[in-house]
Design a protein around this ligand. Structure first.
Ligand code: FES
Ligand code: FES
Length: 157
């Protein structure tokens, strides 16, 4: 298997490493970069646990090869809060709405929501709820997630 040098921006810092051609971005982020907030559930694009941002868009890191991230800006849940520890608005709202139980699905959901609320078009609650619908929560904690979606859309205080 061929190995390649790769470099990309990871949470605002240059990341340089090597990856075999078939290594997924999720595996590379966890094993080479130590970003274990990138959770692995199904490893075939169904659960959303591995979701990260690539160039501002939410992507399933188990479906993307590490070599495809060459030159991109990759953001994981480790890079969501500010450097002083202040939570991202999405993290704060998820926390306040008790929108997590075991937390396994939470990093992926947070990255999906953050990509939408940071995007150019302000998403409404329906769009946010639909996006959450692409994530599987084994704890079935969807009511808190729905409340969080409405708050992030500005429908609730
Ligand atoms: S681990 Fe990537 S979508 Fe489930
Ligand atoms: S909070 Fe446990 S899987 Fe979602």
């Amino acid at each position: 298997m061929s190995e390649h040098a790769i470099s990309f921006t990871l949470n605002g810092h240059l990341h340089e490493g090597r990856a075999e051609a078939r290594t997924s971005l999720a595996d590379h982020l966890r094993q080479a970069a130590g970003h274990c907030g990138v959770h692995l559930g199904c490893e075939h694009g169904a659960c959303g646990a591995c979701t990260v941002m690539v160039d501002g868009k939410a992507v399933r890191a188990c479906l993307m090869l590490a070599v495809q991230a060459q030159g991109c800006a990759v953001r994981t849940v480790e890079g969501l809060a500010a450097s002083d520890g202040t939570l991202h608005r999405v993290q704060q709202v998820l926390r306040e709405e008790h929108a997590l139980q075991c937390g396994f699905c939470t990093p992926g959901i947070a990255m999906t929501l953050a990509a939408l609320v940071e995007g150019e078009t302000r998403p409404d609650a329906q769009a946010l709820e639909q996006a959450i619908g692409g994530h599987l929560c084994r704890c079935t904690g969807y009511q808190g997630l729905r409340r969080a979606a409405h708050r992030l859309a500005g429908d609730a205080p």
